[in-house]
Design a protein around this ligand. Structure first.
Ligand SMILES: [Fe+2]
Ligand SMILES: [Fe+2]
Length: 184
């Protein structure tokens, strides 16, 4: 598969979970309580699939190769996109802290859980839109057939290194599970 197609396919899996999390935010607001199990599964998905499987391909392979071909990190889209990855990770850390406080009986933590989750969803959706419409079309024009093959091989290498061999594709099932668990 062409490297950019791989990333676009991963965006679809991530978006499925983001849509489910959007529904989860509404559900938490409505019932004023959280489901720790479903939040735990969602955090696992974000940490493993989104971060280790997807962001690592972008940060350590694609963005790096684009920089080598003259795309500026500081004055172009790359720096902004990496900053957004970091901001997403920070929201997830806030979410984990909020869940911990909630489990310790702090009711006020609910507001922080809602905010960190909602902010994460908005940020990630905008981020994906930017990559799909601006960065990926730019990247598709940048690599010839041979270079694309090298990129795909590097993606596979990083996947194994960051997440383990054949681990990433298994997270598609977790995305389906999360999607089914959070109904309207
Ligand atoms: Fe990204
Ligand atoms: Fe992406």
């Amino acid at each position: 598969m062409l490297p950019i197609k791989t990333l676009q396919k991963e965006h679809k899996v991530i978006t499925k979970v983001l849509n489910a999390l959007e529904r989860l935010v509404s559900r938490i607001k409505l019932y004023q309580r959280i489901d720790v199990e479903i939040l735990g599964k969602s955090i696992e998905f974000v940490k493993y699939f989104t971060d280790r499987c997807h962001y690592s391909k972008e940060e350590e392979v694609l963005f790096h190769e684009m920089q080598e071909r003259g795309v500026s990190y500081d004055y172009g889209p790359l720096g902004v996109l990496v900053h957004e990855h970091e901001a997403g990770r920070a929201y997830i850390r806030q979410l984990e802290e909020g869940i911990k406080r909630w489990q310790e009986g702090e009711k006020e933590a609910l507001e922080d859980i809602i905010n960190s989750l909602a902010n994460y969803v908005v940020l990630s959706k905008q981020h994906i839109e930017k990559e799909n419409t601006v960065l990926y079309p730019m990247a598709e024009k940048m690599f010839n057939k041979k270079e694309s093959k090298k990129l795909s091989a590097a993606f596979a290498r990083f996947e194994t290194q960051k997440a383990g061999k054949n681990v990433c594709c298994q997270y598609h099932y977790l995305a389906d599970d999360i999607d089914r668990s959070i109904l309207n």
